[in-house]
Design a protein around this ligand. Structure first.
Ligand SMILES: N[C@@H](CCC(=O)N[C@@H](CS)C(=O)NCC(=O)O)C(=O)O
Length: 218
């Protein structure tokens, strides 16, 4: 039995997509970030920090997207989605997994400041500017990597899966047309049948109410 605990348009999309690439049958249990369901005792028993993704996999319970993605890649090595120890591409692969979470944290902080804060709390324009600049710097670092079709020269890997979630969110904060190679890469990822199947199961997001959140004046 494989069950993913998932919020639409959250990091759990990474696991949903990877499972589609691996051809795994799974059940999805849906939550919302807004309704308190991630703070229920039942959910906290699975995810101590109250976060998605959580994956129940054949009796084991895993949380943290990097760990889950790596565990799945190691459990199903025949798919070849993660360079194994001894492979010279492994360092770049692990760097990309970690960088995807660096970007994930920047996006999470932008979400807090520009989407979730409610009066009387006031977001800081200075903090938003800094976060946005850091996000743009990370996207520029990825943009210059592209000498091949995927993040790793050897081809599609779980590193690409980790970043798709980042691009899905970054477009709410940054004009991605400033990164043409990244745009072409991202368009190609979205064409993958596994990605399309994952998006069909993603569910309706209830995080963003605007198409774009510009950096505030001041
Ligand atoms: N580093 C963790 C971060 C998990 C995380 O923050 N998930 C967000 C959704 S993308 C969440 O569950 N947030 C719940 C909340 O903010 O209450 C991972 O990669 O899994």
């Amino acid at each position: 039995m494989i069950r993913l605990h998932h919020v639409p348009l959250a990091r759990s999309l990474r696991v949903l997509w990877l499972m589609e690439e691996l051809g795994l049958e799974s059940e999805v249990r849906y939550y919302s970030i807004r309704d308190g369901s991630l703070r229920s005792p039942e959910f906290l028993a699975l995810s101590p920090a109250g976060r998605v993704p959580v994956l129940e996999h054949e009796g084991a319970v895993w949380f943290e997207s990097v760990a889950i993605v790596q565990m799945l890649c190691e459990t199903y090595p025949e798919a070849g989605l993660a360079p194994q120890p001894g492979n010279p591409a492994r360092a770049a692969y692990l760097e990309m997994l970690s960088l995807s979470e660096t970007v994930g944290c920047l996006l999470e902080n932008l979400n807090l400041n520009q989407v979730f804060l409610r009066p009387p709390a006031r977001p800081s324009a200075t903090v938003i500017k800094l976060l946005n600049a850091r996000l743009r710097a990370a996207l520029a670092a990825i943009e210059v990597r592209f000498t091949a079709d995927y993040l790793l020269p050897a081809g599609f890997s779980a590193a690409d899966i980790m970043f798709a979630y980042c691009f899905e969110l970054a477009r709410y904060y940054v004009d991605l047309t400033a990164y043409p190679r990244l745009m072409a890469y991202w368009a190609q990822l979205r064409e993958r049948p596994g990605y399309r199947r994952a998006k069909a199961r993603d569910g309706e997001q209830d995080i963003y109410t605007q198409d774009f959140y510009p950096v505030p004046e001041g």
